[in-house]
Structures are given as C-alpha cells and as structure tokens.
Design a protein around this ligand. Sequence first.
Ligand SMILES: [Cu+2]
Length: 156
Amino acid sequence: MAKIHRYERAFLILSAIMLVVFLAALGYAAFGMGLHLPTRAGQIRPEDVARTPPFDRPGVREVEPGRWEAVVVARAWGFNPAEIRVPVGQPVTFRITSVDIIHGFHVDDTRINLMVLPGQVSELEYTFRKPGEHLVICHEYCGAGHHAMAGKVIAE
Ligand SMILES: [Cu+2]
C-alpha cells in the first residue's frame, strides 16, 4: 500500500467528514425543516398552459370572501397581466408559470420572489400591509428582452 502523508490523510478524513455533515444538513433542511423552493403546486405541459385553468384566464380574482388569487403567465418577455391590482390587508395567492423558458418573478419591497419554470406552477401567499405600487421584475436572465421584462403590483 502506498504511504500517505499524515497531513494528507488528515485532510482526506476531514473532507469526508465535511461531506457527510453538509449532506446531513441538506437532508435536515429539506426533510426535517421542510425547506424547499416555493411550492411546486402542479405541472402543466408548457404548450398547454394557455388553455389550462386557471392560466386560461390570467388576472386577479376573489376565490372566497377575503381571499384572492393572482394568476400570472410569464413569457419572453413579459408578464400577463403586467399590472396586478390587489387589495391591502387580504391574503393573495400568487400562482405563476411560464409558457416558454425560465423566468423570475420578484416583487420589489416584498418577500415575493419566485422562480418561474416552464409549466411548473409556483405558488406563494402574501398579504400587502399598506397601499403602494411595487415594481415586478424578472430576475432570471431570459434573453434579449430580459431587461424590459417588468410589471407592477398595485396594492390598494
Ligand atoms: Cu428575464
């Protein structure tokens, strides 16, 4: 057997231990604490998004008294609807997907920050506490028109 220098052996052992610790931490975060990407609420074939409810009718609606849903379809390079009007003080569930490539949905001054994957429904509930206008930007580089891919959320 080849002789391994003791420092080399120590670093090999240390590396192995670190690997196990990091994997354990990752496993604990994912399964113990339930940390994961914003809810994957469903999967639609990207080419079917436009005719699959609720994405056949993008927009904001009251799903039950005091609870709202904002359905958004992202495509290169825009959001439909580009202007989202939501009530202040009532929970709004954002449901968003993409019909083409990966986009992002970030609402300025809030914790709303979703990856938008083709056909994968991303979901997040949020309650706006005060009226105001928030810029929405795509934060995943998605091509030539990426910098222009924006919208707004108006809480009123
Ligand atoms: Cu983009």
